[in-house]
Write a protein of this length. Structure first.
Length: 461
């Protein structure tokens, strides 16, 4: 049953051009929020599958065709999203949509060679947002490398806080500790708002006891979070060297970030022509031409001694296999890129380190924008989906007309499934307690197991 949040002012008519991994995910998630969705793709089979699965309208054709856009009812479109695999096609489709009066335009642009021109492209074409899944995935991978033990790291920049997902091992000092004991030990500076156990997502109470195998989400200010993991005996220093498998666009973005941080980068790529290209554009990286599924090659190139191993090819099965091997032979941080989620439960059960899903990263940004458009003053600053999209973490700025301002949290009746986790006042972040006051202009991080928070006002009854 959909949660009884405040009725939205209007639903949006949204056209999605491109039904690949990103487009299909957007169609699914936006249709669940009761928007009117039309998908466009040249592959009739995919269009039919998405239309049937998510109850959306499908049009077969290219998003840069005026006839196709007219069939998709472009004149009534509130938001046009072009996420095909072709950057130029996405930009052209947005340009044509703009000529028909569409004001909100989002384009997927992934080519690193456009990196310096993105701002110019956005302003010239009047785009609302430019999405680069490769660059976004690279930034997430770099954040994970700074905290090797983490399965996932989501940062709330305005609140100066982060949520870190961590799996309790047999040696974890948190095993058999209740949440009440946890709060007393760490003086309420850290919150564990969500625990995943045996594929079930739980909101732990004071008597809840953590166990080996639990995946806990830790919310705290950035400094406190890192000190917390140090106290548990974990390293919070970044990698000094990294082995990247696959020389695609995400690898280019990630290599540039890592090298700027002083990390030694080694890339293994099978295609000789791509290796030459990488050598030209990544000055300082070591490029190895070879088949990364050859164990002898990986050993020769030092897999057993690397600090980080990133399986970043275009093939999910190969990435998973390589990650399993790296976990077996090396004591290092392993990151696995996965495009499809058909077998996500199986993948989550494997010991392959952190899994990065590019399509979810893109969907989060677009969902945040769409919800902001639904209410003119929604206050949404950041939005992340946790625990296989079963939990949302949203960063809000509190407006002056919020009915819960200047009250202690103990007097605020929040809706079921909603937790106010962190409050930032005068640039000082703190875990919310019953005595915490919320003021206009504060930044708050809210976690919810119910989908549908479009506005900061939605959190209170």
């Amino acid at each position: 049953m959909r949660p009884n949040f405040k009725a939205r002012e209007t639903n949006m008519n949204i056209i999605i051009a491109g039904c690949g991994n990103v487009g299909g995910t957007l169609a699914e998630q936006l249709s669940q929020e009761e928007h009117k969705i039309t998908v466009i793709d040249t592959n009739a089979k995919i269009v039919g599958e998405i239309s049937d699965s998510f109850d959306v309208y499908g049009v077969v054709g290219t998003g840069s065709s005026i006839n196709v856009l007219e069939e998709a009812n472009i004149d009534d479109c509130d938001l046009f999203i072009a996420v095909t695999g072709n950057d130029e096609m996405n930009l052209l489709a947005c340009l044509i949509a703009k000529s028909r009066g569409v004001k909100n335009l989002i384009a997927r642009v992934g080519n690193p060679e456009y990196g310096r021109e993105i701002g110019l492209i956005k302003s010239t074409l009047g785009l609302t947002m430019v999405i680069n899944p490769h660059a976004a995935s690279a930034r997430e991978m770099a954040a994970l490398l700074n905290l090797p033990l983490a399965l996932n790291v989501d940062i709330f920049p305005k609140s100066r806080a982060e949520i870190i997902s961590y799996k309790l091992t047999e040696q974890s000092p948190l095993n058999d500790m209740t949440m009440k004991e946890f709060g007393e030990k760490f003086h309420s500076e850290i919150l564990v708002p969500v625990v995943e156990r045996n594929d079930e997502v739980l909101i732990p109470g004071g008597d809840f006891k953590m166990e080996e195998g639990d995946i806990i989400s830790v919310l705290a200010s950035i400094d406190v979070a890192h000190e917390f993991f140090r106290s548990l005996g974990f390293s919070v220093s970044g990698a000094s060297n990294a082995m990247l498998i696959g020389g695609g666009r995400t690898t280019v973005y990630l290599s540039r970030i890592l090298m700027s941080m002083g990390v030694e980068v080694k890339i293994i790529e099978q295609d000789p022509a791509r290796c030459e290209k990488l050598s030209d554009i990544l000055d300082g990286a070591t490029i190895i031409q070879g088949d990364a599924t050859d164990k002898n090659l990986l050993v020769e190139e030092g897999i057993e001694d690397v600090d980080a191993f990133i399986a970043n090819t275009s093939f999910d099965e190969e990435n998973v296999m390589l990650a399993l091997y790296a976990k077996e032979v090396a004591n290092c941080k392993v990151i696995t890129k996965v495009h499809r989620t058909a077998f996500d439960k199986i993948i989550d059960s494997l010991d392959i380190g952190s899994v990065v899903y590019p399509k979810y990263i893109v969907a989060e940004r677009i969902l945040r924008f769409v919800r902001s458009q639904m209410q003119n003053d929604s206050g949404i600053l950041s939005l992340y989906q946790l625990n296989d999209n079963r939990v949302e973490a949203i960063e809000f700025e509190v407006p002056s007309d919020a009915k819960f301002i200047d009250k202690p949290l103990s007097e605020i009746k929040v809706k079921k499934g909603v937790i106010i986790g962190c409050v930032t006042h005068d640039n000082k972040s703190a875990i919310a307690t019953g005595s915490t006051f919320i003021h206009a202009g504060d930044k708050i991080v809210v976690l919810t197991t119910e989908k549908g928070l479009h506005d900061v006002h939605d959190i209170a009854k």
